[in-house]
Write a protein that binds this ligand. Structure first.
Ligand SMILES: *[C@@H]1O[C@H](CO)[C@@H](O)[C@H](O)[C@H]1NC(C)=O
Ligand SMILES: *[C@@H]1O[C@H](CO)[C@@H](O)[C@H](O)[C@H]1NC(C)=O
Ligand SMILES: *[C@@H]1O[C@H](CO)[C@@H](O)[C@H](O)[C@H]1NC(C)=O
Ligand SMILES: *[C@@H]1O[C@H](CO)[C@@H](O)[C@H](O)[C@H]1NC(C)=O
Length: 395
């Protein structure tokens, strides 16, 4: 039964991907399919999360992002994107819009420009009874003749009522080589200890990108940031401009050492092929930084290694493994078409020697962009087995 459930969910993810007619996959039973439809052109299914609500009623829900959905009446825009909740039913049209981002900006905060903001580009759930985060990476704040592309995220209570707005680049230096184009929200992740949420601004520092880990609600905890929380020094981030650090995010507590918090961030345009950074929160005097502990190099020119990633203990040995998508990867040359690839790193040496771990490589068909999304679908059915899946689709 549970196995069937997982298959249904994987199927759903595939079917709801952008280009239905070209989606394909392997190892999937396609006889029983749970299908949810969104409005045409809304990019319904661009992001998806399982959410297990405990109160007021115990129920499993699917949360589905539709970044081109029409605006809600109060939003003063045409196309804003939105978030939907769907039940596990066989009905395909019973998803409901969740009211997110419906309030006006506070006085002195300028104007919220929501047109084309891509709400629902990312949605994540913290797990059973936990919170939810949903983001709009193209949200703009219009203030003092500036149109700042800050991006922002909303945190929802487990009952899907909005509880907080997070815009970490607001009120910061707004130059292009600082925080004016942060584009927060392309990715977001809850840490496994449930205390922090991880955001990124891939557009910060001239699209070098930055990653930030901040407390969810215990504000006695410190925030940490690459470049340092207090001084914003981009020289602490050993990447070139246009690296897009933070395009994908996840975290683990058993990657390099047992019980040690590590944030994993993709930088798909770093050093031409793409790189993945392991970041460790470090508190030294008044500095609170996410220090680069390790860099995994991408496989080939312009492969976009790190466009997607997921930290999962695939073999249940207590050490976290890592799955990285490189959707532009091509085996030979550009002419041959870009098949994409997914790299599976099994943490065989107790957290050491990541450079010497040979990843298992799954490659996609020509032009499939295999590896565009990878995710841990593990904790949805509580059977003690964690799986991963990959999405492929054609542009
Ligand atoms: C299921 O997959 C098989 C093999 O890819 C295909 O021939 C068949 O048409 C599919 N069935 C449905 C209902 O999509
Ligand atoms: C909404 O669409 C109308 C008609 O195309 C346009 O005039 C208006 O500027 C749009 N609103 C926003 C906020 O972009
Ligand atoms: C960039 O990639 C090249 C080739 O893979 C590698 O030798 C070099 O160390 C990388 N540079 C940085 C700064 O990561
Ligand atoms: C599956 O993943 C969850 C969350 O990352 C972890 O707590 C659990 O130990 C994992 N289970 C197995 C069998 O690896």
């Amino acid at each position: 039964m549970e196995g069937q459930r997982i298959t249904l969910i994987m199927k759903l993810w595939l079917l709801s991907s952008l280009n239905l007619q070209h989606a394909s996959a392997f190892n999937l039973d396609n006889t029983t399919v749970l299908r949810k439809n969104g409005e045409a052109g809304s990019l319904f299914g661009y992001s998806l999360a399982m959410h297990h609500q405990l109160k007021p009623t115990d129920q499993q829900l699917l949360l589905i992002g539709a970044p081109h959905a029409k605006a809600l009446p109060s939003q003063k825009a045409n196309i804003t994107g939105g978030l939907y909740r769907c039940k596990f039913t066989t009905q395909s049209d019973d998803c409901e819009r969740i009211p997110v981002d419906t309030e006006d900006a506070k006085p002195g905060q300028g104007i919220d420009h929501r047109e084309n903001q891509w709400m629902g580009v990312q949605v994540k759930s913290q797990g059973p009874g936990g919170k939810v985060v949903v983001c709009a990476h193209r949200y703009q704040q219009w203030i003092h003749n500036n149109q700042l592309v800050l991006g922002r995220c909303f945190i929802l209570e487990q009952n899907l009522i909005v509880e907080d707005t997070r815009t970490f680049c607001r009120n910061r230096p707004k130059a292009k080589d600082l925080f004016g184009y942060c584009q927060q929200g392309v990715s977001a992740a809850f840490t496994k200890d449930k205390k922090y949420i991880v955001f990124s601004g891939p557009g910060a520092y001239d699209w070098k990108g930055t990653v930030r880990m901040e407390p969810i609600e215990d504000f006695l905890l410190d925030p940490y940031e690459t470049g340092d929380q207090n001084v914003f020094n981009e020289r602490h981030i050993p990447l070139a401009i246009s690296s897009l650090l933070g395009f994908a995010l996840d975290s683990g507590t058993n990657l390099l050492k047992k019980e040690e918090q590590v944030i994993v961030a993709g930088a798909p345009r770093s050093n031409l092929s793409g790189e993945v950074l392991f970041l460790k929160p470090e508190a030294v005097e008044d500095q609170r930084s996410l220090r680069v502990a390790h860099i995994l190099q991408g496989p080939g020119l312009a492969s976009s290694f790190g466009y997607s990633l997921a930290v999962i203990d695939l073999n249940a040995d207590g050490w976290d493994d890592l799955v990285v998508g490189a959707p532009q990867f091509s085996l030979t040359d550009m002419e041959a078409g870009r098949g994409g690839a997914v790299y599976v790193y099994i943490n065989r040496r107790d957290g050491r020697d990541w450079d010497r771990l040979q990843p298992d490589i799954l490659t996609g068909n020509k032009d499939s962009m295999f590896g565009l999304a990878v995710a841990n679908i593990g904790d949805i059915n509580h059977d003690g087995y964690n799986g991963s899946h990959q999405k492929m689709h054609k542009h």
